[in-house]
Design a protein around this ligand. Sequence first.
Ligand code: ADP
Length: 182
Amino acid sequence: MGEKEIAGVRIQCMQGDISSQDDMDAVVNAANAELMPGGGVAGAIHRTAGPGLAEECIPLAPIKSGEAVITGAHRLPNRYVIHCLGPVYGIDRPEEQLLASCYRNALKRAEEHGVTSVAFPAISTGAFGYPLEEAARIALHTIAEEAPALRTVKIIRFVLFSARDYDVHEEILAQLVPEGRM
Ligand code: ADP
C-alpha cells in the first residue's frame, strides 16, 4: 500500500475491492444516474449492501454528472455509501471539471456527516471510458487540493481493482507535492 500525508490527511492507494473495506467509515460508489445496481463498482456495492440500498436510493435519483449523494451502507461493513456520477468520457463535458467535482462533492457529503475515512474507486475509468492515467491525475490532485480544508476526514483511500491501476495511482501519489500542484 502506498501512503502520503498531506495537510494532516493520509492519502492511501491499495489494490482491492471497494465492497470489502471494513476499516473505512464510508465508501464511494461509481454510480449510474438512477443510483441502481449495475456492473463494476455499482454491482459489487449493491450486491454486498443488499436490496435496502437500492430502495434508499430511489427518492434521491436521478443525479447529474459531477454530483454526489450519501446513504446508509446497509449490509456493507461501513457507515455510509457516497454515490457519485462520473462523466462519460467524450460525452459529458468538460470532463476534467466534472470528474474533479465528483471527488469534491463526495468529500463535502463526507464532512457533512462527520465521516473520518473514505475509500474511493477510480471513478469513470471502467464503463465510462475515462483514460486511467488522466483520471488518476485529476483524482489525486483534486484530493490534495481539498485536503487542507478537511476537518473530519483524516484518511482517503483509493481502492484499485487491477495491479496496473494500482501502479498508475501509486506513481502519481508518490509525485504529489503538498500543495497539490501538477
Ligand atoms: P464507471 O461507470 O464510473 O466507469 P465502473 O464501475 O465501470 O465505473 O469502473 C470504475 C473502476 O472501478 C474501473 O477501473 C473498474 O475496473 C474498477 N472496479 C470494478 N469493480 C470494482 C470493485 N469491486 N472494487 C474496486 N474497483 C472496481
